[in-house]
Unconditional design. Structure first.
Length: 686
């Protein structure tokens, strides 16, 4: 092997290893300039007589139909001169696209794990002699008796066997479709953003797609990959082939997924009543003026198609566990993104003409002024979906192309209100409970925005809550209602600040006080005085670590000797994403990683990561886990605080007393297989 040469031209890295050439494009390979650049790089390779090319797709997140055709063109060009093309480092989304378009049959894929074994495109037998029932029985999903019953009902109801089995609830639709895919030799796909080409979707009008319950995915050299729940609907395929002048390649998908994706993919077009009733049957808006008056989406559907779009955006966000919904305008389109596990994912791009209507609908739901577009507005929306009530905090901000909307999703069912479920290690949990059982003093929970501080406080309140105690909270705003606890909301517009409410709370004979956040000197002073006069006070601060809370309080103007007497403990925390259990894999830690972290070089240390799958938006992560740093105020720390210590002195105290830092806790979580080293580095800087 010759020495490796590397040079970067624009967005494509060119690497020569022996007789093979590696080309590594970056980003989304779905625009004309990116595709043209790839062709130019290949032409340069041919001029240099480099004919054995591997295209590394590690940095490519998405592909479209034009990119797939271009790769086939490159393959043919190389074969003509005696060379070849291979593709490597595919993420799960691109790998799935290759299989549903039959691209994998023409271009060789180089990857450690054979894509054919992936559960989303199972091996197909191509043997139509195998009956669907036989396959399901062979897989242990159903009994022979139920198959016989399905055959009897098939004659009586004039339905396909698979539909009868699904309707009866004997086997899930996913399992039936996977078996049908094996029987008919067609791919089975889990529909989501990125698995279809928006340009190809637009070639078929929304009315036809909804009527036939199909969705165009990709079109490569006249072959249209078409998502359908019925791969034997010949009349539907004939109609589409005639309309689009192509040949249809059926791809199996769940009917519900097809209808939901039609709703997203055609977001800028008209919506039909059929589409509405198929998708969002359990979604209700609770009007703020009359909380007990539930209005169903079916009743609202006739009023405006925008209502359907807004409701489906909210419903999917709740279903996917999103914490925030961002609706953002731009020059040519609107963009809908969900924040899931702390990361934003684009899920929909409605046409720009719809954005103002979306904003107006949300303002109506939040009882705000729809005519006011010059200043920011805040409000609250309450909806009922999937059997539970969900609160949404509405915030608008005027921008260059219109108002940006952010909806904070407050779902009680997703909230962790139990200290035993905060993800703390046994030692940290024991320390936290010990702090909470103190009769008086100040406990601070620190971390940046979105690190779970409020969740920890609510869990602490639930742990402390009893009929014998008077617990009072001061919040901005009140996010979750807790029984027996007296909760109060800050109203800055009328001068009801944290400090003012706290003064009055102290006259209410409280045992425990929770202050949502200490923002300025006056609130800090009153909180410290309350802790010194026999109350247990819990609050939050925005600092990076536990000792940062001490310096921040002193900087606010709190006398060190008062803080020393009042402070009993600080909890610093972060949220790291957990590895998705559906696509979790393990591997041996490389020697350089072992050396970097000072691990035993003789031990076979295994690390873990997620490959990416439909369950986790192809990110490899699903759910989040808290990592913590517990600092108890012992006598040595109290003496140090009195001396108004510098940051270096406090850090030295942590090292001398072997306090486990956030990084230490997170590193242990990566070793136990809960998260990855990359996620630890992203969230916590050591």
């Amino acid at each position: 092997m010759s020495a490796t040469e590397e040079h970067i031209k624009a967005e494509i890295m060119h690497t020569q290893i022996g007789v093979m050439t590696y080309l590594a494009p970056k980003g989304v390979l779905s625009n004309e300039s990116g595709i043209a650049e790839l062709h130019e790089s290949v032409n340069e390779c041919l001029q240099a007589f480099e004919t054995q090319i591997v295209i590394d797709l590690a940095k490519v997140q998405r592909l479209n139909s034009a990119a797939l055709e271009s790769l086939l063109d490159i393959q043919e060009k190389l074969v003509k001169v005696g060379g070849w093309l291979k593709v490597a480092q595919l993420n799960s989304l691109i790998r799935e696209i290759f299989y549903i378009t039959d691209f994998a049959e023409y271009v060789c894929m180089v990857e450690p794990e054979a894509g054919n074994d992936n559960e989303y495109y199972p091996k197909t037998s191509g043997d139509n002699k195998l009956r669907l029932g036989d396959i399901l029985v062979e897989r242990g999903l159903i009994t022979e008796a139920r198959i016989s019953e399905a055959i009897r009902l098939q004659k009586k109801l004039d339905k396909r066997m698979g539909q009868i089995i699904i309707d009866k609830g004997w086997v899930s639709e996913n399992d039936v479709l996977t078996a049908l895919a094996q029987q008919l030799s067609v791919p089975f796909v889990s529909l989501r953003t990125g698995i279809y080409d928006p340009d190809i979707v637009e070639q078929l009008d929304v009315e036809t797609a909804t009527r036939l319950k199909v969705l165009p995915l990709f079109k490569v050299r006249g072959a249209l990959s078409l998502a359908t729940a019925d791969p034997q609907a010949i009349h539907s395929f004939d109609e589409i082939e005639e309309r689009l002048n192509c040949r249809v390649r059926p791809v199996l998908a769940r009917r519900e997924d097809i209808l939901k994706t039609i709703n997203e993919a055609y977001a800028g077009d008209r919506y039909t009543a059929e589409l509405i009733t198929e998708i969002d049957e359990d979604f209700e808006v609770i009007e703020n003026t009359t909380p007990d008056d539930y209005s169903t989406i079916d009743e609202m559907a006739a009023e405006s198609p925008v209502i359907n779009l807004v409701n489906s955006i909210i419903q999917r966000a709740v279903h996917d566990g999103a914490s925030d919904i961002h609706i953002e305008p731009s020059r040519t389109k609107s963009r809908v993104r969900y924040r899931i596990d702390g990361v934003l994912y684009e899920v929909m791009t409605p046409k720009s003409e719809l954005h103002a209507a979306l904003v107006s609908r949300l303002k109506v739901m939040a009882n705000l002024d729809i005519a006011e577009r010059r200043i920011p507005q805040d409000g609250r929306i309450q909806v009922h979906t999937q059997g539970r009530s969900v609160d949404l905090r509405f915030s608008s901000l005027p921008g260059l192309f219109g108002e940006k909307i952010v909806l904070r999703v407050l779902d009680k069912n997703q909230a962790i209100l139990d200290v035993n479920k905060l993800g703390m290690t046994d030692d940290n949990l024991s320390c936290f409970k010990e702090l909470l059982e103190r009769s008086h003093g100040l406990i601070l929970v620190t971390g940046p925005t979105g690190s779970g501080k409020t969740t920890s406080l609510y869990a602490a309140l639930n742990y402390l809550n009893s009929i014998e105690k008077n617990i009072v909270t001061i919040e901005d705003p009140v996010e979750y209602q807790v029984e027996i606890v007296n909760q109060n909301e800050v109203k800055n517009k009328i001068g009801l600040t944290f400090a003012k409410v706290l003064k009055h709370v102290l006259r209410q004979d409280p045992d425990i006080i929770m202050v949502g956040e200490i923002r300025e000197r006056e609130t800090a002073e009153i909180a410290v005085q309350a802790a010194l006069t026999g109350h247990l006070v819990l609050s939050t601060l925005h600092t990076n670590d536990s000792v940062g809370a001490i310096t921040r309080m002193i900087d606010m103007g709190i006398e060190p000797y008062l803080l020393s007497s009042a402070l009993i403990g600080v909890v610093a925390q972060r949220l790291v994403r957990m590895i998705c259990p559906s696509c979790k894999t393990s591997f041996l830690a490389p020697p350089d990683v072992i050396a970097h972290y000072g691990w035993d070089s003789q031990a076979n240390i295994r690390l873990h990561k997620g490959r990416g799958c439909p369950e986790c938006y192809d990110s490899g992560y699903k759910g989040r886990l808290g990592v913590h740093e517990m600092l108890q105020a012992d006598e040595a720390l109290q003496k140090l605080v009195i001396s108004n210590p510098s940051r270096d002195e406090l850090t030295s105290y942590l090292m001398e007393n072997k306090v486990r830092t956030l990084f230490d806790d997170a590193l242990d979580r990566s070793l136990e297989g809960s998260t990855t080293l990359e996620e630890v580095s992203r969230v916590i800087s050591n």
